[in-house]
Design a protein. Structure first.
Length: 200
């Protein structure tokens, strides 16, 4: 009789388990694959939800040199000195926020780029690291790419560091004035961070 009862009740138990898992992301969080900046790339404090990734962050292993640095080269204004995140000439007073390389043809030193990103305090939000190894959600760079950085407006407002006169204290979604990176590209960066932000 116990066997018959367990067979009859299993579907109900599985349904309850599925409901519990589906609801465990509650507290107003966006569904998997949603959240972040709207289509115009605007993050609105108090309205924009945290981006929730659907990606498996454990596999495959992501190579910084083969996968991540090329994303920075193509997307972060590093094509020549003086660009947004390029290494600045020694004789200039121009301040850059994050050094992500010297351009695709400039012989980028991956170790130097990583030293400017990994475990470095974010200037817009000093309560976060730009890249916190093993913690994409605690990495300010990831929030700027996902377009949900304005949820940290209180911390950003305390420093008010925007390079340009952005309407929000946490600045614009990155890449600046360009289309948001595709989900699969952002998930590659997220996966690299989750896997320890290694110099591999």
């Amino acid at each position: 009789m116990l066997f018959a009862w367990s067979r009859l009740c299993r579907p109900a138990t599985l349904a309850l388990l599925a409901f519990t898992v589906a609801c465990s992301t509650g507290s107003g969080a966006a569904p998997c694959g949603q959240g972040g900046a709207d289509d115009a790339g605007v993050c609105t404090a108090g309205q924009t939800q945290s981006y929730v990734s659907c990606a498996d962050l454990t596999t495959p292993v992501v190579s910084y040199r083969q996968t991540i640095q090329p994303v920075f080269n193509a997307s972060c204004g590093v094509s020549s000195p003086g660009m947004c995140h390029a290494k600045q000439p020694a004789n200039t007073s121009t301040k850059y926020l994050i050094y992500m390389g010297g351009g695709a043809d400039a012989g980028v030193d991956a170790s130097e780029v990583l030293a400017a990103l990994v475990n470095v305090t974010a200037q817009e939000d000093p309560q976060m690291k730009l890249v916190a190894p093993g913690d994409p959600g605690g990495s300010y760079l990831m929030h700027k790419l996902d377009g949900d950085q304005c949820q940290f407006a209180a911390a950003c407002d305390a420093t008010r560091f925007p390079l340009w006169s952005e309407p929000t204290p946490c600045g614009a979604t990155m890449p600046y004035t360009a289309a948001q990176l595709p989900t699969d590209v952002r998930d590659q960066v997220r996966r690299w961070i989750a896997q320890g932000a290694k110099n591999n």
